[in-house]
Design a protein around this ligand. Structure first.
Ligand code: FAD
Ligand code: NAD
Length: 401
């Protein structure tokens, strides 16, 4: 009998943890597992704001996928998926190759939502991937160098769009990282402006009042200008246009106004709801027995009206259940219902402050920042054990540990 073929698309949080779980669950020779990702590294999306400002080394954010998986159990293919043919059960890759599957997991993550606002797609800088945030870092350095030629203050004005978690993490990181970058490039830090713009009446509008006040206080203390209750209407290479005829001359608008599911899946003949792939309680794509989807590209309804949010926490809880259900499907066993347990949320505002909520307990300040580090370290531990934590923090190769 031929071995069933499991194909996983995407090695973000959902995809990589599912493949690691399958390595543990499958018996030797029980199935062939292929993991496909467009880069040969897995990156920590939750830390991408650091790459954008250069406050973390590349090795702390991006790690080699072949080093994270067991090559005897998982075949890794570095390739961009172009489409899936659900009738012939084939995954088409850019470059022409087709990989066939018996069981498919789609974990292709998110895309940045720009709401069709003029100029944003073309001119704003996105916090989407390791590569896109490296571009932000290079943009900052480029503007520093050009400022030394023309002294145009718009080159030293950095605007962050959106005051959700991504926005405040980016603002905090800019406040942390720019002083050092200015020193390195001989730029007077007092000439720097960091501005946050939020359409809602406050930053993190979905959080309790005290947390909002604390966040606003921290941002103010760090000389970050925050403009609330004001929508961004347009972005050009030289300025940002806001409601009430306001405009800010800047060369760098960093866009963090929300995300949507990866739209690449829309043309594959799969059901699509709210721009995502709807899944049942077993994480199987609706009306399908052999296609699963988890993480930001999927839609899991926690009740009749509300879907689970696009967070790493959700993807990481779905991954081991998805792996169990793929194995159960192969073995003809009964599948496990996915249940989400919210463990809380913590967002950093630079290295020394954070804001969050765990149960009814509000987190802030240094303790919040410490908890954020613990959450990140726990993920690395689950992914690659203590040796990965040492490698990430000290730059030691895993073989040396
Ligand atoms: P992703 O992590 O987006 O992974 C998708 C993978 O698919 C990527 O490796 C990508 O390269 C690959 N891929 C995409 N298209 C293709 C293709 N065509 N072919 C091949 N491969 C492809 N959530 C939290 O719970 N806690 C946090 O603290 C937190 N912090 C965040 C901070 C920032 C700055 C951002 C932007 C998000 C944060 N989130 C956080 C949200 C979290 O990062 C996402 O929910 C999470 O990354 C989703 O995981 P995923 O596996 O679904 O997708
Ligand atoms: P979000 O949707 O949570 O926040 C986007 C913000 O942008 C909103 O406050 C919105 O009012 C604002 N906005 C939208 N359009 C605007 C406009 N034209 N002008 C000005 N403001 C505008 O999106 P996000 O912050 O990118 O987060 C995406 C997902 O990732 C969320 O699920 C979030 O919880 C998760 N995340 C979690 C963490 C964490 O837990 N530490 C960190 C980052 C992101």
């Amino acid at each position: 009998m031929t071995k069933p073929k499991i194909v996983i698309l995407g090695a973000g949080y959902g995809g990589i943890i599912t493949s690691k779980s399958l390595e543990k669950l499958l018996k030797s020779g029980e199935a062939d597992v292929t993991l496909i990702n467009k880069h040969d590294y897995h990156y920590l999306t939750t830390q991408l704001h650091k790459t954008g400002v250069g406050t973390a080394a590349d090795r702390q954010i991006a790690m080699s996928i072949p080093e994270l998986i067991n090559p005897a159990k998982t075949r890794f293919l570095k390739a961009a998926v172009s489409s899936v043919d659900i009738h012939s059960q084939g995954v088409h890759l850019e470059g022409g190759e087709t990989v066939t599957y018996d069981y498919l997991l789609i974990a292709l993550g998110f895309e940045v939502e720009t709401f069709g606002i003029p100029g944003v797609k073309e001119n704003a800088f996105k916090i989407r991937s390791f590569r896109s945030t490296k571009i932000i870092y290079h943009q900052i350095v480029k503007q520093f160098n050009l400022y030394k030629q023309d002294y145009d203050p718009s080159r030293l004005t950095f605007v962050v769009a959106g005051g959700g978690f991504t926005g405040i993490e980016m603002l905090g990181e800019l406040a942390d990282g720019l002083p050092k970058l200015c020193k390195e490039h001989d730029i007077p830090f007092e000439k720097i402006r960091i501005i946050g713009i939020e359409a809602a009446p406050s930053v993190i509008p979905f959080f309790p009042k005290q947390s909002i006040e604390y966040t606003q206080e921290v941002l103010e203390k760090r000389n970050i200008e925050v403009i609330t209750a004001t929508k961004i209407l347009e972005c050009t290479p030289e300025k940002v246009l806001l409601e009430n005829n306001l405009e800010i001359p800047t060369r760098t608008l960093i866009w963090s106004c929300g995300v949507k599911g990866n739209t690449i899946v829309h043309k594959w003949g799969l059901p699509i709801e709210k721009g995502k792939i709807p899944v049942d309680s077993y994480l199987r794509v609706k009306n399908s027995k052999n296609i699963f989807s988890i993480g930001d590209c999927s839609l899991f309804m926690k009740d009749e009206k509300n879907a689970l949010p696009p967070t790493a926490q959700v993807a990481l809880q779905q991954a081991p259940v998805c792996a169990k259900n793929i194995v159960a499907s192969i073995r003809g066993e009964s599948l496990k219902t996915f249940e989400y347990h919210h463990k809380g949320s913590v967002a950093s505002i630079g290295l020394m402050a954070a804001v969050g909520k765990v149960g009814n307990f509000r987190l802030s300040g240094m303790f919040g920042a410490f908890m954020k580090q613990v959450i990140e370290a726990r993920y690395l531990f689950n992914l690659g054990g203590p040796s990965l934590i040492i490698k990430q923090h000290f730059g030691v190769s895993r073989e040396q540990v």
